[in-house]
Design a protein around this ligand. Sequence first.
Ligand code: HEC
Ligand code: HEC
Length: 443
Amino acid sequence: MTKKILLLSANLLVCGYLLQANEDFETNDISKQFLSKQNNNLSESENEKFILGKSFFRIPWVEAPSATTARDGLGPLFSANSCISCHPHNGAGTVFTKENQISRSLVTRFSIKDTIDFHNGFLPDTIYGSQLSINGIKDVKYEGKPKLHYKKIIEKYPDGIKVILSKPLIDVVDLNYGKLSSDTTITHRIAPALIGMGLIEKIQEKDILIHQDINDTNNDGISGKANFVYDRKSGTKRLGRFTWKASSPTLLQQTASAFQTDMGLTNSLYPFENCTSEQKECLDAPKSRDSLDVPDERLEAVAFYIANLKVPKPIVTKKTTKGKALFSKIGCADCHIPSYTLNNGSIISPYSDFLLHDMGSRLADNGRVEFDALPNEWRTQPLWGIGKRSWILKQTNYLHDGRAKTLEETILWHDGEAKQAKHRFKNLSKNERNAIIKFLGGL
Ligand code: HEC
Ligand code: HEC
């Protein structure tokens, strides 16, 4: 009997907590669909737009010309044929497939070392452009394939415990259009989970800029710098919020760029095919009937879909509460800013300042610049959903190139401006370190 009462009250407690979720944009769901839940309160026409966007996010695009004109125009060169294939369940990509091949959701990027460009952030390789296309349509050869192996680095805790980190050593092979330019630098990016995208867009610019401290005037070892990037819609520079280096200003632009660069689908923001002037077969390949592969209505619907997905509500237990307090105490929250209040009064908890930080030489790209982001600078990655995507979707590749396989490894890769926080983490007891991992696991 007592057992029953205890169980009952535990359930009520859980219910009490369940009720706390802001139903409009948060979900307690822990099924595989937890990142695919639609925001409440969409009007009927918004609902239609959401459904349209969802379908164009998921469907595989096909080569032109095709009988199904609604979704042709893929390529000529491309990395994948649907958004969802790189962002499975709207979550993050993995480095390797189940068959142990390098996954398409790990993309290989090219840029000419130490160049900055007003419109694109950097200059691309003259033959291959800005991204290695691992696929081509009929009669157009793919560009090449990525190559990847790892070097082991050992991190030791003061209590003697060792953790082995794997540093990626990257290259490209099977190049079908000749050599890369000698000053082209290669880097990897893994597809991040699409969590809270619309809410990030709603954070007021001043609430992000207030955390900037470019010259570290408060002397806490952490600076924080905004990336001002080219916005194709307005033709001006704006605060960058999206991607690993905050080099995209809006969801619309990020969606448009994904259509063009990842899938070879032209649209009003990126109206040109994904071919360089050196790639004749690509330039001569058949085009879709319409002048743009993705008309504005569909482009906007896809951006609208991602903007209106719910974020996971964190799980709160005694242990996660302890971990959360330690997370703040040792300085993780100095960059991973826990929460923001939006204009409509909603409080959101992305755990990021959306600013760039020097993360040390071990994480740095080799000479790649993206607008104001230097090779060693990365946007603080938001942490909402990081735990649930790990245990619900088994997506356990962390950091910009997916090099870390556990949350602990991820923390141990932190360096540069995060050196002190990492040092404090390493000096916690094993129990306290676990509490922080548990806290992240509940997000
Ligand atoms: C070939 C794999 C691939 C495909 C296909 C793809 N993406 Fe991505 N996506 C990525 C990668 C890699 C990044 C990180 C890019 C970076 O940081 O520079 C990313 C980043 C994003 C982001 C920014 C996330 C953040 O945290 O800032 C959004 C939004 C996004 N993709 C939406 C889409 C949409 C919409 C589509 C389909 C139109 C799509 N993606 C197709 C690989 C892909
Ligand atoms: C100086 C700012 C800063 C501090 C302090 C900091 N981080 Fe980070 N964190 C970042 C940046 C930037 C990234 C992305 C780096 C990359 O991808 O190469 C990141 C990434 C992460 C990720 C991986 C997210 C993902 O989706 O892959 C986790 C987890 C994380 N941090 C946890 C922590 C914890 C725990 C602490 C405290 C010990 C901490 N961070 C302290 C800036 C910081």
